[in-house]
Design a protein around this ligand. Structure first.
Ligand SMILES: C[S@@+](CC[C@H](N)C(=O)[O-])C[C@H]1O[C@@H](n2cnc3c(N)ncnc32)[C@H](O)[C@@H]1O
Length: 280
């Protein structure tokens, strides 16, 4: 079943958190003059038109990137991410939003490579169009975890792997944990960043505990909720579980999250968490 289309959600509060964390990790990797790979297991389309029917139907970007657009007090740590959005909108109107592959492409630098996998037939076509002719990008229509396993360890021995499943199926939390565990066995020093939705607190707690029990060390969890947890339907926040985070990331998020939560909150119950699931 592949019914999920990211175009309904592009630029929402969850994308802002995910792409900010992604950009901070890429910027950290660039500090060393050694090549690295950006590997995106669930790439989706690469770029979204926020004026199209799907974006307009949900209007989710209005509570995400649109709240930061044209602000002159964006913290410096967020500039690389915001620059990738501005690069798609040179006349200053917010029309396009970059997906994770485009955020990576905008920041990664010439010496580095992108490995992108996506299963949806429409999105893979859009992704291929977006990166046509770009020789540092490889795109494959394969299962994200199989694609990842086949590429580990990367020749460069430095990588950020972004895992951003749609969580449509009941198995997807476990699939993500297994996928990371298998890749980590082959390449223990890679950075693995897994996104998750905050829909049910009990489920997030079980998921985090299970992740923490895998025998993998050095795992940071970052979560931002735009309103209080609820048992009713709907996503109230989202988080990232990061294996082998760059050493500055915890401090950077401690600086950023109070500001970001304030900008994206939907009411005064908004809250955030930064914690070590497993220490080094
Ligand atoms: C949340 S979206 C990804 C968004 C993208 N990472 C971004 O930030 O712009 C999830 C994508 O995963 C794709 N997908 C679902 N199952 C997959 C699988 N097993 N392997 C690869 N892609 C998959 C879906 O078609 C969808 O486009």
């Amino acid at each position: 079943m592949l019914s999920y289309r990211h175009s309904f959600h592009a630029g929402n509060f969850a994308d802002v958190l995910k792409h900010t964390v992604q950009s901070l990790i890429i910027e950290s990797l660039k500090q060393k003059p050694k090549p690295f790979v950006y590997h995106d297991t669930h790439s989706a389309a690469g770029r979204y038109d926020l004026r199209d029917e799907k974006s307009q139907k949900t209007g989710e970007y209005k509570e995400g990137i649109a709240r930061l657009w044209h602000r002159n007090d964006i913290p410096e740590l967020m500039h690389p991410y915001i620059d990738t959005v501005e690069a798609l909108n040179p006349n200053g109107d917010l029309k396009y939003y970059p997906g994770s592959p485009m955020v990576a492409k905008g920041l990664i630098g010439h010496a580095n490579r992108l490995e992108l996998t996506e299963l949806h037939p429409t999105d893979i076509k859009l992704l291929r169009q977006e990166f046509a002719g770009d020789r540092k990008v490889r795109i494959e229509q394969v299962d994200g975890y199989q694609g990842l396993n086949g590429k580990m360890p990367p020749a460069q021995r430095r990588a950020l792997v972004l895992i951003d499943p749609p969580y449509e199926l009941k198995t997807e939390h476990d699939d993500a944990i297994r996928g990371i565990k298998d890749a980590h066995k082959k390449f223990a020093t890679g950075i693995y960043a897994l996104w998750y939705p905050m829909v049910s607190r009990a489920q997030v707690n079980r998921f985090c505990q299970k992740f923490a029990d895998q025998g993998i060390r050095n795992i940071l969890r970052i979560e931002m909720c735009v309103k209080q947890d609820t048992n009713e339907f709907g996503m109230t926040g989202s988080g990232m579980i990061i294996v082998n985070p760059p050493w500055k990331l915890e401090q950077q998020m401690k600086e950023l999250l109070p500001w970001l939560t304030k900008q994206l909150k939907q009411d005064d119950t908004a809250h955030f968490t930064i914690e070590w699931l497993v220490e080094e």
